[in-house]
Write a protein that binds this ligand. Structure first.
Ligand code: NAG
Ligand code: NAG
Ligand code: NAG
Length: 363
């Protein structure tokens, strides 16, 4: 009986040990949070962030050699006697190879390729006019190109500090350029980034069917670095519109409707390491370059071949199940079917986008 209080006191840990433990643990935690704060917060995203409103997926039917009449009716639409005109509107950064694949793929369906390029990046860094300098490469489309230059401001970094301001101004300039290209009510308008390529069957469907919704997002197969690394079907920002008086160029959530499996989105699909470095610093999320060695060429090359993350970040997922499934490297795919035809026709020229081609040109 008398032993009980004695045992209680002997169990209490000596305060000295507790203090030492605190002195060790607190700095370790602080260093851990400093180095991996982003990862920690992304890992717990399912707890602090709500998933975006789910989309309503429109089924998408296609097979080779099926008549437009049949395809339109499968979607509940009716065939047109005349095709709509198609305008492809993009804001260009430096994705020259993806631009060539995009325009070759869509050339026979598109009336005007409307392309806007700025002499600064969204983050306000002066940038060469990559398209203007390489225009000769796009001779095949010359008659359809409507090109505009946006005068960027380098002061954006000091005044706003918000790359999204410059980005939205460029989207405004795009509306003016589209009008200059002669777009009018009833035309099809594609709003997408250069590397978000709608498949020809998607464009044909909107071109040839009546009764299609006036605006739909496009669900694109998302790839990273090349078509060797398919990520998922999560790409949704691209959209396709039947142009009307209220149509404004945007690259954000516009509607709940999304057309399933409507094309390809190949992120960071560059030929040269230098282009990766440019995109990483020019990008709206340039703040993700937290360490100078993120731009180290041999580090980037290794990451490309492994299918790892350039910014050492966790995927943006809203459930632990999806997060854990997507953690680590992207599994490699040996499939090169259902890809843009121009890419397959010129497989040798675009080796770096195909299975086994992860090694990039040094400069
Ligand atoms: C596609 O259809 C055309 C005529 O409708 C036919 O001549 C051709 O053989 C078909 N191709 C295939 C691959 O079925
Ligand atoms: C961008 O172009 C505009 C108009 O041509 C010019 O006034 C401005 O100085 C240019 N900015 C840079 C950073 O080259
Ligand atoms: C780049 O990273 C490699 C290892 O990944 C290292 O050997 C090299 O020194 C680094 N280069 C620079 C300039 O930091």
């Amino acid at each position: 009986m008398a032993g009980r209080p004695l045992r209680l006191t002997s169990r209490r840990p000596p305060p000295k040990l507790l203090l030492i433990l605190l002195f060790i643990l607190v700095p370790i935690c602080m260093i851990g949070i400093f180095l991996h704060g982003q990862k920690i917060s992304y890992f717990f995203r399912p707890l602090w962030d709500n998933p975006p409103q789910p989309f309503t997926h429109l089924p998408h039917y296609y097979a080779e050699n099926i008549s437009m009449h049949h395809l339109c009716s499968l979607h509940g639409w009716s065939p047109r006697s005349q095709p709509r005109r198609v305008f492809d509107g993009i804001i260009f950064s430096n994705e020259l190879d993806m631009l060539e694949i995009r325009w070759r793929e869509l050339h026979q369906y598109v009336s005007k390729f409307v392309i806007l390029e700025s002499n600064t990046t969204f983050t306000g860094i002066p940038k060469p006019l990559f398209f203007a300098e390489n225009r000769a490469r796009f001779k095949f489309a010359e008659g359809k190109i409507v090109y505009g230059v946006f005068s960027g401001r380098t002061s954006v970094r000091e005044s706003h500090g918000d790359p999204f301001v410059l980005e939205s101004e460029q989207r405004g300039a795009m509306n003016a350029l589209l009008r200059r290209a002669g777009i009018s009510s009833g035309d099809v308008l594609i709003m997408a980034d250069t590397d978000e390529i709608p498949s020809p069957e998607t464009v044909k469907l909107l071109q040839w069917c009546d009764g299609v919704p006036p605006m739909m997002h496009l669900e694109l197969r998302h790839y990273m670095y090349s078509f060797e690394f398919p990520v998922d079907y999560s790409s949704w920002r691209a959209s396709i519109h039947i142009y009307g008086p209220g149509t404004r160029y945007r690259h954000s959530r516009l509607t709940d409707l999304i057309l399933s499996d409507a094309g390809w989105h190949c992120s960071f699909c560059f030929r040269r390491i230098q282009e990766f470095v440019f995109k990483m610093t020019a990008y709206s999320h340039a703040d993700r370059v937290r360490w100078q060695n993120f731009l180290n060429h041999s580090r980037i090359q290794k990451i490309i071949c492994r299918g790892d993350d350039l910014f050492d970040m966790l995927p943006e997922e809203y459930s632990f199940r999806e997060l854990i499934k997507k953690m680590g490297s992207i599994p490699r795919s040996a499939s090169a079917i259902h890809l843009p035809s121009y890419l397959i026709e010129n497989a040798n020229k675009f080796k770096f986008l195909l299975p086994g081609g992860c090694l990039r040109e040094p400069e």
